[in-house]
Design a protein around this ligand. Structure first.
Ligand code: SF4
Ligand code: SF4
Length: 106
């Protein structure tokens, strides 16, 4: 089946066909997939106990760890789902709207 996409720039969202074709599954590492994020995670180093629970549950493997400690977020691939903030037992992660200033380091 082929789609006539010659006037795609004029489509409303209702005209886009549902679903997608993924010809090369598992290739998200090759692309910057964080661009659709509306909120970004921010971690308080002071509150964090380095339990690594956020690292285990992140569906995009976007929590960087070095020497068995959380260091930074991979914002090229974090989609802003907020799961890391939800599971953190000490509320060390806040979801901050994109475009806003990050909280001061605590
Ligand atoms: S917001 Fe979601 S994708 Fe981003 S680091 Fe947290 S769990 Fe991973
Ligand atoms: S879940 Fe919270 S306390 Fe545990 S490593 Fe992640 S930010 Fe730190």
């Amino acid at each position: 089946m082929t789609w006539d996409i010659s006037k795609m720039d004029e489509w409303t969202y209702q005209q886009f066909p549902p679903g997608a074709v993924i010809p090369d599954a598992g290739n998200s590492n090759d692309y910057i997939t964080g661009g659709w994020r509306s909120e970004r995670p921010w971690r308080s180093d002071e509150k964090c106990t380095q339990c690594l629970l956020c690292w285990i549950v992140c569906p995009d493997s976007s929590i960087n760890v070095a020497d068995e400690k959380v260091t930074t977020f991979d914002l090229d691939h974090c989609k802003g789902c907020g799961i890391c903030a939800q599971v953190c037992p000490v509320d060390a992660i806040e979801m901050v709207p994109e475009g806003c200033e990050l909280p001061e380091v605590k």
